[in-house]
Design a protein around this ligand. Structure first.
Ligand code: AHM
Ligand code: MG
Length: 337
């Protein structure tokens, strides 16, 4: 008979590996798991119900919010507030961080940073979207109200990070700093099942992922690296394949499994890059390092070492297979990036 390990069982097994673990992190993961299931349900009927399209408001970056963005944000916020483990959240969809006011929440040790529905501009055309989350231990005293400093921690302080990809199947992939594991949702029984234990990104790959439409605005080192990817060389299996969905979670997930490099550099339109350090770059950098890959924000600049200065700051991102990112680093170090 087929043995299924569910996400719930996996979390409990892992918790037992730490004798002093209090179960709080497990409880936090249960909230995320629940919200992810609800989002799975809503996204899968997005074409049917009147829930796609614009909600009429702009988010803090001035971008049009989609209805499902708003819905996802509320769902995750409510789920995370329920259990008294989390004292506050910061979300790509909220201008300020959110303080959870109840006494039980002030006792919570953790803060969560979240991009509730990344790539939401893809929903109307049935392309995969995702949720990205990042968990830190608060730096302010337990029992008090959460402060901005709790959220402005460097990525290497993350306790855990992960994403949910709502794709041809829904998957939850996460790490608590002890490897990366992936769980596929079985909607018939309503559980996430361990399907991708101990995910490791191949050290070399043949995929490069970048929005090449912005080519003329890229730094010289990135332009030269793209030309390098396109050159003929049998030994390094070039030219590489170009694959870009425009939905970070999906592009990341494919490259994690197959090997590859993802690039979102600076450009004249986005002088600091487009992606947000706290909600997108840090969690993905944490995961890629845990999977044996590498994440940089510029020449020799490890993403996880950046000291954040504001909640919604942006950051260039180059991440993926170790040897590919090292090669890219040589180009941007020599020619700028
Ligand atoms: P979002 O958080 O507003 O959805 O934007 C982030 C998305 C990423 O998923 C994706 O990698 C990137 O924006 C694509 O940007 P572009 O369309 O400029 O290539
Ligand atoms: Mg996003």
């Amino acid at each position: 008979m087929e043995i299924i390990k569910t996400l719930g069982e996996f979390i409990i097994d892992r918790q037992m590996e730490y004798p002093h673990a209090s179960g709080e992190l497990s409880s936090l993961f249960s909230s995320i798991r629940l919200a992810a299931k609800i989002l799975h349900r809503e996204i899968n009927k997005a074409g049917l119900a009147d829930i796609t399209g614009a909600a009429g408001d702009d988010n803090v970056q001035g971008e049009e919010q989609q209805k499902l963005d708003v819905y996802a944000n509320e769902r995750f916020k409510n789920a995370l507030a329920q259990r008294g483990v989390v004292c506050g959240i910061a979300s790509e969809e909220e201008e300020e961080f959110v303080k959870f006011q109840e006494t039980k929440n002030r006792e919570g040790k953790y803060v969560v940073l979240i991009d509730p529905l990344d790539g939401s501009s893809n929903i109307d055309v049935n392309v995969s979207v995702g949720t990205i989350f990042s968990i830190y231990r608060r730096v302010s005293p337990v029992g008090t109200q959460v402060t901005e400093a709790d959220f402005l921690q460097p990525g290497h302080a993350q306790i855990a990070a992960g994403y949910v990809v709502y794709g041809s199947s829904t998957m939850l992939v996460y790490s608590t700093g002890n490897g990366v594991n992936g769980f596929t949702y079985d909607p018939t029984i309503g559980v996430f099942c361990l399907s991708h234990p101990n995910l490791q990104i191949p050290a070399d790959g043949t995929i490069y992922s970048i929005n090449e439409g912005n080519y003329v605005h890229f730094p010289e080192g990135v332009k030269k690296y793209i030309k390098y990817c396109q050159e003929e060389d049998a030994e390094t299996k070039r030219p590489y394949t170009s694959r870009y969905i425009g939905s970070l979670v999906s592009d990341f997930h494919r490259n994690l499994i197959k090997g590859g490099i993802y690039l979102y550099p600076t450009s004249s339109r986005y002088p600091n890059g487009k992606l947000r350090l706290l909600y997108e770059c840090n969690p993905m950098a944490f995961l890629i390092e845990q999977a044996g890959g590498k994440a940089l924000a510029g020449p020799g600049q490890r993403v996880l070492d950046i000291e954040p200065t504001s909640l919604h700051q942006r950051c260039p991102l180059f991440l993926g297979s170790m040897n590919m990112v090292d090669r890219l680093d040589q180009f941007i170090t020599e020619f700028g990036g």
